[in-house]
Design a binder for this molecule. Structure first.
Ligand code: NAD
Ligand code: UDP
Ligand code: UDP
Length: 343
């Protein structure tokens, strides 16, 4: 059996020369919660290509089987249809805990469930980590900084979050999850990693998640008005998904256990962003201004000094390159949708 494994490994290495493959002893059993989602599925691809055993636990609230279907049937891959609010008893070495609704319309759709997923769900994953002595990486968010009064945001900033508003179900439950990670680390000696993820985009984003990238790209592709909420002077900084996956894996395998920002420091106003997407698509769409969103953060940009010094990590993908790939993905999705509507 060992010989066969080594042969497989050599064959894979030849197929994907750019990837470093692991010997059997370096192979880990890795749980990715939310692994059928946008970020999770890209992470799964990378971990599978590196030769790990990967278990995905996902309840398909916003994730799709299609995102990971290419691994179904692979001997190193397992998919569990599981709601993370319920306990999960398996044996693993590492846990990437990503399960949570992520876009404002999705997390506001059922705010009580959003709170349960990030609180009870995270307790369950920490309980699992405690039982099997696995390391857990929690997918936190730049939303822990709320509508920041400090710019750019460093990890030491405590944030400016409204505890009682439409975004609080997400922001506060991510904050309590960080507190739980800290408590389990201190009290139970669990090894934890916390990634504060800033706005991320790329292929496999949801068509209808209501986030700015998917909205603008779809509107531009269909020559529908591009909808700016509020003045369009609010800013965001967008990172391409492959950069984030690099950062997540580097953070998991580092020895830094405090929260760390992962994001692209290139900052744009939403207005600039709308124009950029329109240009890249070559669209005739008009730009329209809608009502502002409640508690919408006015500016957001990560300070990534920590990630640079601890992980030697920084984003590599240029916005126009990342957007072109994302536009190509959405263009194809629209074609698929169009065809399936006709049949
Ligand atoms: P996504 O919606 O594509 O993925 C989330 C996944 O979690 C989906 O597959 C969904 O089905 C699953 N899920 C939700 N509730 C679940 C439950 N109760 N049990 C099991 N699975 C459940 O979103 P994403 O953009 O890939 O986000 C992944 C993680 O990264 C989330 O934790 C999110 O909060 C965090 N994050 C994302 C961004 C971003 O810009 N994409 C920014 C900051 C933080
Ligand atoms: N848990 C789990 N898988 C495990 C171990 C625990 O899902 O392998 C859940 C369990 O349901 C519990 C939670 O994690 O509610 C917290 O576990 P912990 O051991 O910290 O606390 P306790 O079991 O004492 O409540
Ligand atoms: N936004 C917009 N038009 C849209 C969707 C979003 O102007 O169709 C704005 C939104 O108000 C916010 C920014 O784009 O200022 C980013 O929104 P998104 O929902 O993508 O993520 P957030 O960073 O707010 O979680």
């Amino acid at each position: 059996a060992l010989e066969k494994r080594i042969q497989d490994l050599e064959a894979r290495q030849q197929q994907y020369p750019e990837v470093t493959f692991l010997t059997y002893k370096d192979r880990k059993r890795i749980l990715v919660t939310g692994g059928a989602g946008f970020v999770g599925s890209h992470l799964v691809d990378r971990l599978m290509l590196a030769g790990h055993e990967v278990i995905v636990a996902d309840n398909f609230f916003t994730g799709r089987k299609r995102n990971i279907e290419h691994w179904i049937g692979h001997e190193n891959f397992e998919l569990i249809n599981h709601d993370i609010v319920n306990p999960l008893y398996i044996e693993v070495d590492q846990i990437y805990h990503l399960a949570s609704p992520a876009s404002p319309p999705h997390y506001m759709y059922n705010p009580v469930k959003t709170i349960k997923v990030n609180s009870i769900g995270t307790i369950n994953m920490l309980g699992l980590a405690r039982r099997v002595r696995a390391r857990l990486l929690f997918a936190s968010t730049s939303e822990v900084y709320g509508d920041p009064e400090v710019h750019p945001q460093k990890e030491t900033y405590f944030g400016n979050v409204n505890p009682f508003g439409p975004r609080s179900c997400y922001d506060e439950s991510k904050r309590v999850a960080e507190a739980m990670c800290y408590a389990y680390a201190q009290q139970e000696g669990i090894s934890i990693r916390i990634a504060r993820i800033f706005n991320t985009y790329g292929p496999r984003m949801h068509m209808n998640d209501g986030r700015v990238v998917s909205n603008f790209v779809l509107q531009a592709l269909q020559n529908e008005p591009i909808t700016i909420y509020g003045t369009g002077k609010q800013t965001r900084s967008f990172q391409y998904v492959s950069d984030l996956v690099d950062g997540l894996i580097a953070l998991m395998n580092s020895n830094y256990s405090m929260p760390m920002n992962l994001g692209n420091p290139d900052e744009y106003t939403i207005e600039q962003f709308a124009t950029k997407i329109k240009e890249l698509v070559g669209s005739q769409a008009s730009i329209v201004y809608k009502d502002p969103v409640i508690d919408d953060p006015k500016q957001r940009r990560p300070d990534i000094t920590l990630a640079k010094s601890w992980l030697n990590w920084e984003p590599k993908v240029l916005l126009s390159d990342g957007l072109n790939k994302t536009i190509a993905y959405f263009r194809n999705e629209l074609l698929v949708k169009h065809h399936s509507n006709r049949n």
